[in-house]
Design a protein around this ligand. Structure first.
Ligand code: PMP
Length: 386
């Protein structure tokens, strides 16, 4: 009996010892990994997306965040100047129906096929919540828009990265008959490489039981949009942005087009999160920018021309240039390391994007600026390379 009591005592002390050991250990781990006890596990662990830098120390030529070098349409300015200031006391239209109607009309769809978001990033985030459950797989290329990985982590999805081919292109055979949803940026970022519409369709029709999201942030610079296929496939969602070809990055506007049921799902998530995602001035700006087709075409074609001329100049300097169909170029030099080029350009007042990441760490991504900016950029490169 006494022996049993002693044994119980021993066990108790042993467990107490173990518990205090675990508490001390978790405190050490928390401090070591900079975890804060007031934050959720996710807030403690998630690694946020890193945007292109916006230094304030001097005025740079900004070729690092794929914005348009041209201002928005003059009609946008007019609409904002003439808007009713007093109306800012009122909430904006939660349905954003005026803008939706204009987009629907252009594509001969109905407004129930359109969803408007605060930048396409917001629509991407909503899509990860709308079309995937916790733990679901999501497929995308191993080199693509890095926000996809951040959202996968944020929403607890299991990311399945499909390697690009050696030439950085997407092999569509790797995307046929998968067992879960897919997201593809077309053109892809940061490579700028485009899949033709028939290739995109091949992916959609071999995945009829999976959602296929096509992120067309850069489609206007040389590709054919999958919006054409919306009425044919109910598993397709196309996402576009006003930030690039419509020069409205500062207003934060994007739109998604899809089957009504998919759009309804996105709305369920949005209205469970924030009813008024788009402010009054952004709505006005979006309407005018979308209506001014002539100005849109003119600035897009200027950017495409400048891109092609820049490619020629870069070739002469010995750069390897991927055949971008977007408003940026992804380039690498055989003699000077990309990080050096990035740092030296920055010294000279030119910002480009450098990703310190396996496979692409000898490339820089250069947004197409005005023709004049690209001449300054090429001249700076000549000095750096020689
Ligand atoms: N998709 C891709 C591929 C992008 O590069 C970007 C811009 N960084 C976005 C979506 C988001 O653009 P925005 O939120 O400005 O519409």
């Amino acid at each position: 009996m006494q022996q049993l009591k002693n044994q119980n005592y021993k066990n108790k002390y042993f467990y107490l010892y173990q518990i205090s050991y675990i508490i001390i250990l978790s405190k050490i781990i928390n401090e070591e990994f900079n975890m804060n006890k007031f934050l959720s596990d996710k807030a403690n662990s998630v690694i946020p997306y890193v945007q292109g830098e916006q230094p304030k120390d001097k005025k740079y030529i900004k070729l690092n965040t794929n914005e348009s070098p041209y201002p928005p349409s003059k009609n946008v300015k007019k609409a904002i100047i003439e808007s009713d200031f007093d109306d800012l006391r009122l909430y904006p239209d939660p349905d954003i129906s005026d803008l939706k109607n204009i987009i629907a009309e252009k594509y001969k769809l109905e407004s129930e096929n359109i969803f408007i978001g605060n930048g396409s990033d917001e629509i991407l985030a909503f899509s990860f919540m709308t079309f995937f459950n916790r733990g679901d797989k999501i497929y995308y290329p191993n080199i693509t828009y890095s926000f996809y990985s951040v959202y996968s982590d944020l929403f607890d999805l299991s990311e399945k990265k499909i390697p690009l081919k050696e030439d950085f292109s997407i092999d569509i055979n790797n995307y046929k008959n998968l067992d879960s949803g897919i997201i593809i940026a077309n053109p892809n970022a940061p490579t700028g490489l485009l899949l033709e519409l028939n290739e995109i369709e091949e992916i959609i029709k071999t995945n009829l039981n999976n959602i296929v999201i096509i992120d067309e942030a850069y489609i206007d610079f040389g590709g054919e949009s999958a919006i054409k296929l919306i009425n044919k496939y109910n598993n397709l969602l196309v996402i576009q942005t006003f930030s690039k070809s419509r020069s409205l990055a500062g207003m934060r506007l994007g739109f998604a087009i899809g089957n009504k049921e998919l759009i309804k799902g996105l709305k369920n998530i949005k209205f469970s999160f924030n009813s008024y995602t788009i402010n009054r001035l952004s709505i006005l700006a979006g309407i005018e920018a979308f209506k001014d087709e002539e100005y849109f075409k003119e600035s897009v074609s200027k950017i495409i021309n400048t891109r092609e001329k820049t490619k020629e100049e870069l070739k002469k300097l010995g750069f390897k240039i991927l055949d971008s169909k977007s408003n940026f170029l992804f380039i690498s030099h055989n003699k000077v390391f990309a990080e050096d080029i990035y740092l030296k350009l920055k010294d000279k007042g030119i910002l480009v994007r450098y990703f310190k990441k396996e496979i692409i760490n000898n490339f820089i991504r250069v947004t197409i600026g005005t023709y004049k900016e690209m001449i300054i950029f090429i001249n700076a490169l000549k000095e750096i390379i020689n």
